[in-house]
Design a protein around this ligand. Sequence first.
Ligand code: C2E
Ligand code: CA
Ligand code: CA
Ligand code: CA
Length: 279
Amino acid sequence: AKAIGNNRLRVYKSEYGENASKRTKLLFDLKSALTNKQLSVVYQPQFRLHDKAISGVEVLVRWNHPEEGLIPPDVFIPLAEQHGLICEITDFVMQTAIRELTAADLLYRTVPRVSFNVSAADFNMANSPERFVKLLTALPGSWDVIELELTETSALLNLEGVRNVVNVLEERGVQVSLDDFGTGYSSLSTLRSLPIHEVKIDQSFIRDITQNAQDARLVKTIIAMAQALNLRVVAEGVESQQQAAYLSRAGCAEVQGYLYAKPMPLTSLQSFVKNISSA
Ligand code: C2E
Ligand code: CA
Ligand code: CA
Ligand code: CA
């Protein structure tokens, strides 16, 4: 299933990456996708490794195109970033997730943390701090349930903009996670330049830990480093028991991946948490 998924993504990427007219059409369609209710959000639970309790959910956007079907965010998010549409998408994703999770009464007790992916362009405007504050005002309680996931690339592209937002939000309890940790050029300097609370070890490192001793040592070292710096560490893309066992031995506190739960719409999340609590 993984290979098929990856192939499909590769087809998408090359098709849309190299075919300008196809990309133009996609951009055109994306503009109307927001108003035509083609976007939705899914939630992927994260777990504490030692007792399998839910530690949070990551919110991921989905685009169900009327003709093309599901278009992966890896394809349309970069397009949105290049054409000034990312803020609208982020607004939609945050508003929708907060509304859905609040209406289902899942926030705080059942889902203690909600993580959102944000892009460099989300921090470009002078009023970006106010924009985030306004979005989070919809929360029924404390803001310490909220986490923003930044990649090192997005953080470094606009460090000042990110700082302006993070400084304001951090005072209200919002946390920051460094996504895809280890894949960029200066992960360590990013850690120094922003108030980071969590690192997410990129799935490309997790994939081969049971076969590749080098990757395994690298992951172990990232975990040890995170512990030394008092950072929470989440391993993403965990697909096998062997990977989980290794991560557990290496002292990784939290995991996310198909082994535990795939991204799912709200209704499935509701049944999922019900099943866990009755198990
Ligand atoms: P990401 O933030 O690194 O998200 C993790 C991706 O890995 C998600 O893909 C998730 O479905 C997938 N995944 C989770 N567990 C596993 C696993 O065990 N194995 C494998 N092979 N994959 C797993 P998805 O949902 O297709 O999102 C892809 C990327 O698109 C995300 O990567 C993120 O960079 C971006 N993205 C998604 N939603 C949003 C959004 O709302 N805003 C922004 N700015 N970017 C988003
Ligand atoms: Ca992420
Ligand atoms: Ca990631
Ligand atoms: Ca990624």
